[in-house]
Design a protein around this ligand. Structure first.
Ligand code: DGJ
Length: 729
């Protein structure tokens, strides 16, 4: 009894100390509820201590007021350092007087409707002792079930303060177990999926590369609660940070088995001096909650991305022939003109001229020279880009061009004329990646140079209809002459400067399709994708590898944004390559004149099929049916919103002796509709008889509950089906 009383007194004392409140009657708690169609995120303003707590994140409730019955909810919504929080903070700063603590108390909040579908809630928090304000911004995309979070930090002290941590989002979970799915890789090995259980302590996924920042880790994750989730079952969030630089996801499981997830810019080597009156705005963290597995989470993200996340997500895309793998740097005007003919012959929309077309004093004949000198190489293109644009036009195809405007080779006129425009230490040898260096985009003169390079090219050649924007190096020498004594701003200012150049370009060229590329998929995130129509997923175009890679990307990015090209990588049949490329934004990078008559006909027909079906692939809902991570095959389908047209892709990757494959049950169809099954991409290249299902009709009910008997059982073969409700066409 004595022990119990002591404990009571002790608990009371601790409370009193930690809140600094007198023990007067507490004012009631107030809830802030942020809802989408199927999700609620609810905060609690404590009447007792005026702090903001995350109370709930989960499925939509009939009335969030019931949450007031929850006891012991003490997850600070945006935990600080020095005032009671003993775990990882979302924010940490040192004030001008050297005090390193921060307290955030609720001041006000307001929810506004952007339109019928989007609400923005701004919650203002303030330190009672210092003029520091933190605004939590939470945008809810109602129909898509996606929530966006970002934070603004403002200080009005007499001098600058230093902020060390500045998360975009802090989320809390209370579950029995936590399963993290992450995606990592390297050049030509992007998006390898790994799942592991989070254990007590901290797990960090991050990057410190600066540019080409996502080369080893992509800023996306799934977090499953209690049990691992699969396509159609399991409770999880899918999260991603819209930031094209160093990012960090930090997962901390505490002594009570609660999990906090802190997402934002990687604070590594990036303490930021915040001037009085200035706003530090973090990038956005986007997430969706699903209690029906990863499939639903992906469809939510895809719909959101098409409507809000990527440039022109609801529009169409151009099919193209690229010359990178067929010519590399070795081409001239006649060779390129012949490729324009090939583009036309194949039935493609555009020819994309890749690296190697520029620089004269140090010609770009390999990757050791010329980067930065964006004038047409006179030996290769004596009549300039204008000639190629005109020749393309004559053939009724469009012309696009590659550029890598943030980079420079030391062997270039740009480097000779502006050594101070380059990121490098004044007193150390330069470290190169792909023989190149990164320009100092924090310098407004460099921003102008990048902007003007592209603007001049487009002004001189208004017929240029497409750009591939590459970025092949990380920041290997993190020092900016321009930033002087604020070197720790470099990683952050670089990305914001890149966005400001892209903003300027988009103001002048709002419609131009631009492919985001970074030595393959080294820069794939929703911070960049709002300026880009699509991204180059990887230089590895071996279709077997691509099945896994595209599978990985498909969890977070819609098919319309993922560029898949048919190339000479891999020894598989042209049909297999084509069928794999078709599940996203299809393109070509092959020797068209090396195709047999059969192969050419097959490709022309496949392109026509693709054009007929691209509306479903680009804008339809994706259902992943069989994962290559689970079986020796992969199967997925897209279906349009009226559920009268679907496309089904099946890839047999391997087959053990005697292995039989079960029928595949489809998803997302209307059970009451009757669908006709037609195998496509069969002309010329298809070996063996057509699928036994070809030409048959079934109800959606049958297809979803009994399934289709497809796949040849032969390794590295594929089938594609067009599934149509004939009456609904
Ligand atoms: C890397 C890209 O990923 C390739 O597609 C190609 O554009 C090369 N750069 C050109 O240097």
């Amino acid at each position: 009894m004595k022990k119990y009383l002591l404990l009571l007194v002790f608990t009371f004392a601790i409370r009193y100390i930690s809140t600094g409140q007198s023990p007067a009657a507490p004012t009631p708690d107030v809830l802030i509820s942020i809802g989408t169609l199927h999700t609620d995120l609810v905060y609690r303003i404590s009447g007792k201590d005026k702090r903001l707590y995350q109370l709930f994140l989960g499925p939509k409730l009939i009335n969030t007021e019931v949450l007031k019955q929850i006891k012991n909810s003490d997850h600070q919504a945006y935990a600080t350092y020095g005032t009671g929080n003993l775990f990882e903070p979302a924010i940490r700063m040192t004030h001008t007087d050297g005090n390193a603590s921060l307290e955030l108390k609720y001041v006000s909040h307001k929810t506004e409707n952007n339109d019928k579908n989007v609400t923005i809630t701004r919650i203002v928090l303030k330190d009672p002792e210092y003029p520091v304000e933190v605004i939590l911004n939470i945008k809810a995309f109602v129909a898509e079930d996606v929530i966006e979070q970002w934070v603004e930090i403002i200080q009005n002290e007499s001098k600058p303060v230093t902020i060390f941590n500045y998360a975009s989002s802090m989320l809390h979970f209370d579950a029995g177990k936590y399963w993290l799915t992450q995606f990592h890789g390297d050049w030509a090995e992007e998006m390898k999926m790994q799942e592991s259980e989070l254990t007590s302590g901290i797990k960090i996924i991050d990057t410190k590369l600066g540019t080409r920042a996502h080369m080893y880790q992509t800023p996306v994750f799934f977090l499953s609660l209690n049990n691992k989730s699969d396509e159609n079952t399991g409770e999880l969030i899918a999260g991603t940070l819209g930031w094209s630089g160093n990012f960090q996801f930090l997962f901390e499981v505490d002594e009570k088995n609660s999990l906090r997830v802190i997402s934002g810019i990687n604070p590594f080597a990036s303490e930021y001096l915040l001037q009085p009156g200035k706003i530090f705005k973090t990038p956005s963290f986007f997430f969706t909650y699903s209690n029906k597995g990863k499939g639903l989470a992906s469809r939510n993200l895809h719909r959101w991305a098409r409507n809000y996340g990527i440039m022109d997500g609801n529009k169409t895309r151009l099919t193209l022939l690229n010359n990178w793998e067929t010519t590399y740097f070795n081409f001239d005007q006649p060779k390129l003109t012949a490729l324009l003919d090939d583009t036309k012959k194949m039935g493609l929309d555009l020819f994309l001229l890749d690296d190697g077309w520029f620089a004269n004093k140090y010609p770009r004949n390999d990757d050791r020279a010329g980067l930065g000198d964006w004038q047409e190489n006179k030996a290769k293109l004596p009549d300039g880009l204008g000639y190629l644009v005109k020749e393309a036009d004559k053939r009724g195809v469009k012309f696009g061009i590659w550029i890598e405007p943030e980079m420079v080779n030391p062997k270039s006129e740009l480097y000779e004329n502006h050594p101070d425009w380059v990121l490098k230490f004044p007193n150390r040898p330069e470290i190169y990646y792909r023989n190149q260096l990164t320009l100092d985009l924090t310098n407004p003169k460099v921003q102008d140079f990048v902007y003007n390079t592209i603007d001049d090219m487009l002004t001189k050649n208004p017929g240029i209809a497409f750009i591939k924007w590459d970025c092949n190096s990380m920041i290997t020498n993190p020092y900016s002459v321009y930033l002087k004594d604020q070197q720790s701003h470099l990683y952050i200012d670089y990305v914001n400067s890149l966005y400001s150049v892209l903003d300027r370009l988009r103001q002048k060229y709002p419609e131009l399709p631009i492919m985001l590329c970074s030595g393959g998929g080294g820069r794939v995130d929703y911070g960049a994708l709002k300026y880009f129509t699509e991204f180059w997923a990887s230089d590895d175009t071996d279709p077997l590898e691509r099945v896994y890679m595209q599978w990985g990307y498909s969890y977070f990015f819609p098919a319309i944004s993922v560029c898949n090209h048919i190339t000479s990588w891999g020894k598989q049949s042209l049909k297999f390559k084509t069928d794999v490329a078709m599940m996203g934004k299809m393109g070509y990078d092959i020797q068209v004149n090396g195709l047999s008559a059969n192969e050419l006909k097959f490709s022309q027909d496949a392109i026509a099929n693709y054009k007929r079906l691209s509306e479903v692939i680009w804008h339809g809902d994706l259902f992943r049916l069989i994962s290559p991570y689970d079986e020796n095959r992969a199967c997925l389908m897209y279906i349009n919103s009226t559920k009268n047209k679907a496309v089904l892709f099946e890839y047999t990757l391997n087959a053990r002796y005697g292995e039989t494959f079960n029928t595949i049950k489809l998803q997302g169809l209307d059970p009451a509709k009757t669908y006709k099954i037609q195998e496509i991409n069969v002309s010329g290249e298809r070996k063996g008889p057509l699928s036994t299902e070809n030409g048959k009709s079934y109800t959606g009910d049958y297809l979803m509950n009994i399934g289709l008997n497809i796949g040849s059982g032969q390794p590295l073969t594929s089938t594609v089906y067009e599934i149509t409700e004939p009456d609904g066409q």
